[in-house]
Design a protein. Structure first.
Length: 400
């Protein structure tokens, strides 16, 4: 890990000082209550460490997609309430972000106190990484902690710009964990290193394929993505989701990948995802003209599971089928189950991507993976080999 973390700070850099902590509390709300607090829980190790070390916590986050102005339905008030319950201690909420009143509230904190400020996306300039806003946000703290891995691929004022005006600027523990797992897989994977890619569109994953191909021993493809490759192989794809403008690209990838890229040999097809009772298995050469590929078939499930169980590092992004609608969840569940078993046999298993993480969670297998990333878009950009602005802005760890 090349970035400093809160654990690298000297106690005197923390105690009694205001920690401006950027978290990813972009949680789903349901009639004014937090519907899923996974992301809040994920930040607790960082927050509890800072509390124990007697910092004064000033927490900021975005929530939803408000248009640079206050929208009550995107207020962080319910999130602050839920955070208080999870921490088991009082959490103050101030419905402003970088105003004089907000700054005064940060100055009124005692050691170990926790303050949550209002949604950073209510502020004009946040998404433009406006320098004046970044400076204004910097008044809210004496040092900066970024634990918002899920927002680290965005160069926003609260995720990147503010770090230029606050020192130290360090990673939180969730950020560190994400970078350790994803970075470890890319930089020093234990071999065999296997990647599994699926999901709806090949267009969103081409850069991931390009970046992973030179590193992996094998790349297994599933989901509708496979169909664009089938088209490149000259196969009939029926009414499957295909991206015609990506067929040439898929063709070139197939040539370069050679034996390392595996496509499902059999597939589950149906007239539509709504007609699960009409689902049946065909060889990939026999997809009916009026039906769609909606999942990988049973032979492919078994062979993908075997490959997973022989690998030492496995990175998975994108479901194998329309997992939201049984029976087209079978391929995704088979991969999730095999990954859980591989973890128990000592492999490092990493799930990235919002829908894949949701599928694993729904199958009750999250705890049996080495790591399930909390950042969908951020994990994808990381796997693409891109530099994440929210990470780049943090202090480098210099040799001791
Ligand atoms: P992630 O969020 O894990 O990165 P994506 O967003 O790329 O995954 O893809 C998830 C979506 O892909 C799901 O909504 C799923 O229904 C869809 N999908 C997977 N396989 C197919 C398929 N064969 N046909 C149509 N949609 C599919
Ligand atoms: Mg998705």
């Amino acid at each position: 890990m090349s970035k400093r973390t809160i654990l690298d700070l000297h106690p005197s850099e923390i105690r009694g000082r205001r920690a401006l902590v950027r978290v990813d509390f972009n949680v789903p709300l349901d009639s004014g209550r937090v519907a899923d607090d996974t992301r809040i829980s994920a930040a607790l190790p960082t927050l509890e460490t800072l509390i124990t070390r007697r910092a004064r916590l000033v927490i900021v986050s975005h929530l939803g997609r408000p248009k640079a102005k206050p929208e009550p339905k995107y207020s962080l008030a319910p999130v602050a309430a839920r955070l208080g319950e999870l921490l088991g201690r009082p959490v103050t909420f101030v419905g402003e972000t970088d105003t004089e009143a907000a700054v005064a509230a940060t100055r009124a904190l005692g050691d170990g106190d926790v303050l949550v400020l209002e949604n950073t996306r209510f502020l004009p300039g946040e998404e433009q990484n406006d320098e004046t806003l970044a400076k204004s946000l910097a008044r809210l703290g004496d040092f900066y902690v970024n634990d918002a891995f899920g927002a680290a691929h965005r160069a926003h004022a609260s995720t990147a710009g503010v770090a230029a005006f606050l020192r130290p600027a360090v990673a939180g523990l969730l950020m560190e964990r994400e970078l350790a797992y994803l970075g470890g897989a890319l930089e020093a994977p234990r071999h065999p290193f296997l990647a599994i890619l699926g999901g709806a569109k090949i267009s969103g994953k081409i850069d991931v394929v390009e970046s992973l191909l030179p590193k992996v021993d094998g790349l297994l493809v599933g989901g509708a993505m496979a169909c664009t490759f089938y088209r490149a192989m000259g196969l009939e794809t029926g009414t499957s989701l295909v991206e015609p403008e990506r067929v040439a690209m898929a063709h070139s990838l197939l040539e370069r990948a050679g034996y390392r890229l595996t496509l499902p040999h059999d597939v589950t097809v149906a007239p539509s995802a709504e007609q699960g009772t009409r689902a049946h298995t065909v060889k990939r050469e026999a997809i009916p003209k009026d039906e769609a590929m909606l999942d990988i078939g049973p032979d492919s499930r078994a062979s993908y599971a075997r490959a997973i169980l022989t690998a030492k590092t496995i990175v998975w992004n994108g479901p194998m089928g329309v997992f939201e609608t049984p029976p087209f969840d079978a391929g995704t569940l088979a991969v999730a189950q095999a990954m859980a078993e591989a973890t128990e046999r000592g492999a490092t298993t990493i799930v990235g991507g919002g829908d894949s993480a949701a599928a694993v969670e729904r199958a009750g297998l999250s705890a049996r993976m080495s790591h399930v990333s909390t950042g969908g878009g951020a994990s994808l950009e990381f796997l693409e080999g891109k530099r994440l602005p929210g990470v780049a802005a943090l202090d480098d760890r210099t040799a001791p």
